[in-house]
Each structure stands twice: as C-alpha cells, then as structure tokens.
Design a binder for this molecule. Structure first.
Ligand code: HEC
Ligand code: HEC
Length: 248
C-alpha cells in the first residue's frame, strides 16, 4: 500500500477540521435556539386550567406578605420596573410563576422567589392577586397611573391598540389583551406600569424574554419601531387603556 504523502495528510487534516468546525457551529446554533424551541412547559389543558384556578385567596393573602415589598400591599408597585399584579388574570399570573419556577422566564428577582413556592402556594397567591380590586387610593405609594403621552404618541398607540397595522402584519393589541377579547394566559395591560411594559416589549424583541407560546410577542415586538414601543408603554402606563378608543 502506498503511504499518504505529506501533502494529502495535510489536506485530510484540513478537511476533517472543516467538517468538525461546521458540525460544532451547527450544534452551537441549535443550542443558542434551545430556549426558544420550548418557550414554556405550560400548555393549556383541563388539568392546568383547573390547577390555576383552584387557589385559596385567604392563604394567598398571607403568602403575599413576601411579595408586598416589591409589588405593593394593594398589588400596585411603587417602582415602574416592577409589574402591578392587582386584578391580573389568574391564568396569566399562574403561567408567569410557573415559567419563573422552570427558568423559562429569566428574572434574577423572581426565579428564586417562585422556586421557593410550592404548587399550592402558587395557586393561592394567584387566587389572591387576581381578586385584588383596581381602584384609586391616594394614600398608596404607587407608580400607576403615569403621565399622559403627548398627542402624537397617544394617536400612534391608540391606533395600534385598536387596529394594529395590517400592512406589517401586526394584530390589534386589544384582540388578545382585552378589552375586546382575552386569550387564555394573556395579561391585561390596562393598569400596567409604563416602564415595565416598555421593558417587556424590548425583552421580547431582543429575545431575552422568550416564554410566549407560539411567539406572538417576539414577533409583534420585533415589528414595532422603538418609537411605537415607547408610545404603547406610555399609553397603557397612563391608564388610557382603561378608556378604549380614547387618545387623549
Ligand atoms: C425583590 C422584589 C420582588 C419580590 C419580593 C417579588 N417580586 Fe415578583 N417581580 C419582581 C420584578 C422586578 C418582576 C419583573 C421581572 C421582569 O422584569 O421580567 C416581577 C414579576 C412578577 C410576575 C410577572 C408579572 C407579569 O406581569 O408578567 C409575577 C406573577 C410576580 N412577580 C409574582 C410575585 C409573587 C407572587 C411574589 C411573592 C411570593 C413576588 N412576585 C415577589 C420583583 C419582585
Ligand atoms: C395574538 C395575541 C397577542 C397580540 C395581538 C398582542 N399580544 Fe402581547 N401578549 C400575548 C401573550 C400570549 C402574552 C403573554 C406571554 C407569556 O406567556 O408570558 C403577551 C404579553 C405581553 C406583554 C407582557 C405583559 C406582562 O405582564 O408581562 C406586553 C407588554 C405585551 N404583550 C404588549 C402587547 C402590545 C403593546 C400589543 C400590541 C402592539 C400586543 N401585546 C399584542 C399575546 C398578544
């Protein structure tokens, strides 16, 4: 048998290296996308719907003492970057807590807190927060409602909320987030803080939040311009969403 010449073994070495390099970059791409392939371990079945709505609100109220410090004793937080939980849909709160527990949604503050709750605790705090009423309380140190957007931003946002933008394939926000229609597990935005709404639109757009099943929000946020994201955050954060159709 003829021995390989020095030249062909260099060639073979290069070929093998190229194959290994290509295979490993494919693997890297795959692992990069790994969190996006399974956005959440939650799926809406009879079982999960029942689990999310089986809580004991009184026990939840006692557990919520651990949450008050950040989310406010009335479910309205003092800091704009922390979400308000009062009156939020129970399936939505339940899903978010489950996603923090399974690290499908990343938050340095919330992952350890959610992990410290048992399944029963989760159902109980869900029952409590979803029943907290939305009313104004001048004594409460809350961030909501923030200041009204200027007329330009109000018009941009109210149009997207009510009609979306057919040309770009953006459905109206109110067709999933209410008040026109609610999809299971979709949080209401009507009493949400502006800073938090903006941070979540940015997180979906840059994929640091990727727990939306079928990725409606990753898609929509990417289609929105930076200016539109600001306009929408100001719109919801100022309470304009409580008066559908209003842009002033
Ligand atoms: C140290 C402050 C802190 C404490 C204590 C805390 N949270 Fe949070 N929570 C946050 C922050 C900040 C976020 C937003 C995370 C992000 O930016 O993604 C959040 C997000 C959430 C969300 C998601 C809401 C949404 O609109 O998607 C839920 C639900 C929640 N917290 C429930 C709780 C519950 C229940 C407790 C108590 C058992 C609790 N939190 C305690 C800071 C806190
Ligand atoms: C097709 C349905 C759909 C439409 C239309 C839609 N959303 Fe969403 N949105 C969702 C779902 C589902 C979630 C919850 C994702 C998850 O599971 O955490 C969500 C979550 C959000 C959140 C995070 C809320 C929170 O409490 O953490 C924001 C902010 C948001 N959407 C803003 C918007 C805005 C602004 C529009 C309009 C431009 C819009 N969405 C249109 C389905 C939709």
């Amino acid at each position: 048998m003829r021995r390989n010449s020095g030249r062909s073994s260099v060639w073979n070495f290069l070929r093998v290296t190229a194959v290994v390099f290509a295979a490993s970059s494919l693997l890297l791409v795959a692992s990069d996308n790994a969190p996006e392939r399974v956005p959440s371990y939650v799926s809406w079945s009879q079982e999960t719907l029942a689990a999310a709505s089986a809580g004991d609100a009184f026990r939840g109220m006692l557990l919520a003492k651990r949450c008050d410090h950040c989310h406010g004793s009335e479910g309205f937080s003092a800091t704009g970057s922390t979400p308000n939980l009062a009156d939020m849909d129970e399936l939505a709160i339940w899903k978010e807590l489950e996603d923090f527990r399974s690290h499908k949604r990343i938050s340095r503050a919330m992952e350890p807190i959610a992990e410290s709750l048992s399944s029963r605790d989760v159902a109980d705090v869900v029952a409590y927060y979803s029943k907290l009423p939305v009313y104004t309380d001048p004594q409460d140190n809350r961030n909501f409602p923030g200041s009204r957007p200027g007329p330009g931003h109000a018009a941009i946002a109210s149009h997207l909320v009510a009609f979306g933008d057919g040309e770009r394939g953006i459905p109206p926000c109110q067709s999933c987030h209410g008040p026109v229609a609610y999809r299971p597990g979709v949080p209401s935005l009507m009493t949400q803080n502006s800073e938090y709404v903006l941070s979540q639109l940015e997180a979906f757009a840059n994929r640091s939040r990727a727990n939306d099943i079928n990725m409606p929000m990753r898609t929509i946020s990417t289609l929105l311009t930076e200016d539109e994201r600001h306009a929408l955050a100001e719109y919801y954060g100022s309470g304009l969403g409580l008066q559908p159709g209003s842009s002033r």
